[in-house]
Design a protein around this ligand. Structure first.
Ligand SMILES: Cc1cc2nc3c(=O)[nH]c(=O)nc-3n(C[C@H](O)[C@H](O)[C@H](O)COP(=O)(O)O)c2cc1C
Length: 303
């Protein structure tokens, strides 16, 4: 069976990618599964410098979901490149950087820095983290802001650029179009949905921040719609993300137009989930008489 897919100008051995922030820098998962079997790994968000993130508490479990306000804690691009990337890039899977910045220039600095590393397959621009600016503001809420960062990044790299989009905007399709116009090779969506958790007894937020990002199965129907909206209206490759926990979920995202998927929160609960989900999806394809993942991409039908 042909498991490969093509996305953003890359050929992945299969459509299952580990999402940023839920798989550490990849190497943390080595004891749990054979990472060579994955389509790809997106590492935790990287700034040009180390960051501590938000103070605790930073996670709160909700029915079928997880609220997080990590705030992009990380070791910074140089330490990652020195200490982790050499080992990681020996794996036979596509490695993606998740580039972050407080200012537009910082995104571009990260993109430029990793452009010269052979072990990096592509760069995902994290335009959509809701936990680092007041009120959840981020570039991916605004077509113009997204355009600026993608365009400036395009000028400093030949590597595939994936713009990671936010569902917390009424302009999702316009943002995706702006990313395409600016030269993105693909978009990935969704990042987390803005939410709150309140403690009745203390009358305060359960997290150290006012708002946090919701992920996990609770968001799957919302994410599926978001992916469908973008894939059916913008001519750009889409990577689907949001609440995937089973092989059937993966196939649903491909049906509505995603060319690959990322799995996030499920890895926190079940570190080797990626392999299980992939195997379940392959089994289901076989049962329905398909010979490849490619055959079902975008094959959703409106009756
Ligand atoms: C604890 C945690 C940390 C995350 N960190 C990042 C990050 O550094 N960069 C990023 O682009 N997305 C980050 N995300 C968002 C995920 O990559 C993903 O888009 C989101 O969780 C939805 O997928 P899921 O429902 O499968 O978890 C994080 C999510 C969680 C739960």
């Amino acid at each position: 069976m042909d498991l490969s897919v093509n996305v953003g100008g890359l050929r992945l051995k299969n459509p299952l990618i580990l999402a940023s922030g839920t798989a550490g820098y990849g190497v943390e998962l080595l004891p749990f599964m054979d990472l060579n079997r994955l389509g790809g790994i997106v590492v935790k968000g990287l700034y040009p410098y180390p960051r501590e993130g938000n103070p605790p508490p930073r996670v709160w479990e909700t029915p079928c979901g997880l609220l997080n306000a990590i705030g992009l804690q990380g070791i910074g691009m140089e330490k990652f490149a020195r200490e982790i990337l050499p080992g990681l890039s020996k794996l036979d899977t596509a490695i993606f950087i998740n580039a972050c910045g407080e200012e537009d220039e910082e995104y571009v600095e990260v993109v430029k820095y990793f452009s010269s590393f052979d072990g990096v397959a592509g760069i995902e621009l994290n335009l959509s983290c809701p936990n680092v600016r007041e009120g959840g503001n981020c570039p991916a809420l605004w077509p113009e802001w997204s355009y600026r960062i993608v365009k400036a990044s395009r000028e400093v790299t030949d590597k595939p650029i994936i713009a990671k989009l936010s569902p917390n905007t009424g302009s999702l399709v316009e943002v995706a179009s702006a990313c395409k116009e600016a030269g993105a090779d693909a978009v990935s969506l969704v990042n987390t949905y803005l939410g709150m958790a309140v403690d009745f007894r203390t009358r305060r937020s359960r997290l150290s921040t006012l708002f946090a990002g919701l992920s996990g199965p609770a968001i799957k129907p919302l994410a599926l719609r978001a992916v469908y909206m973008v894939a059916s209206s913008v001519d750009i490759d889409v990577i689907g993300i949001g609440g995937i926990t089973r092989g059937e979920d993966l196939l649903e995202f491909l049906l509505v137009g995603a060319r690959a998927v990322q799995i996030g929160s499920i890895t926190l609960r079940e570190p080797s989930a990626g392999i299980r989900i992939l195997e379940e999806a392959v089994q289901l394809l076989k049962e329905e008489g398909y010979n490849s993942f490619k055959e079902i991409i975008g094959r959703f039908e409106i009756v």
